[in-house]
Design a protein around this ligand. Structure first.
Ligand code: SF4
Ligand code: SF4
Length: 200
């Protein structure tokens, strides 16, 4: 087990990377005029997964910073989320359930929200390690807004993915090859105990 200072350094780097993502997102959203304010949808009710142990651990750090009452509330909602989402999936339906960390439409752990939460909305792309380029048009509201633009800004996630993968490797250490790939909703991350890595 390596020392806590190194873990805290990794968390600081993750937080810095999150800020860079936020800046890139805000630049693209600003050019398009996209804001989630007043949107008839709320993407926090979408069903999606997260994929890194370091983000999982950082999220749990955020949870630990909450009051006991709030922690209990989040955990109860997360358990209910997992129960309902499994029931929907068993019926072949895509769950649409509000994230357990969302109160009245707002994320209660905004500083700790994960990469996927930060990147959704604007058009974006990334180049996979096998050189295949993946492109996403952005959310429905964004597509309506940029339909009249000639030069649509596209957020390139490639560097962010690469930097996150480096932090993940440093965080998990040599166990990275033996551990299962993370593929969990945020609710599952709250309900499940993460396996032991270098730092937990
Ligand atoms: S990302 Fe788009 S669809 Fe989702 S809440 Fe924001 S504006 Fe609405
Ligand atoms: S963590 Fe926050 S931003 Fe992400 S889905 Fe939950 S409430 Fe929304």
């Amino acid at each position: 087990m390596r020392d806590k200072t190194f873990k805290s350094t990794l968390f600081t780097k993750l937080s810095g990377l999150y800020s860079e993502m936020e800046e890139a997102y805000n630049r693209a959203a600003g050019k398009i005029g996209l804001s989630c304010r007043g949107c008839p949808d709320n993407c926090c009710a979408s069903h999606f997964q997260h994929h890194t142990y370091i983000e999982w651990a950082y999220l749990l750090k955020g949870i630990k910073s909450c009051s006991d009452e709030k922690k209990r509330e989040f955990m109860n909602r997360a358990m209910e989320y997992v129960r309902q989402s499994r029931a929907s999936l068993a019926q072949g339906l895509r769950p649409r359930i509000m994230c357990p960390l969302n109160d009245n439409g707002l994320c209660q752990l905004y500083e700790y929200r994960l990469m996927i939460c930060r990147m959704h909305g604007v058009p974006n792309s990334f180049v996979r390690p096998d050189s295949k380029k993946m492109s996403f048009p952005g959310c429905f509201r964004c597509q309506e807004l940029y339909s009249h633009l000639e030069d649509v800004p596209v957020l390139d996630r490639t560097g962010f993915y690469r930097d996150l993968a480096s932090l993940e490797m440093a965080f998990v250490g040599p166990k990275i090859k033996a551990l299962p790939r993370v593929n969990l909703t945020l609710a599952e991350m709250l309900v499940q105990e993460p396996p032991e890595t270098n730092y937990n």
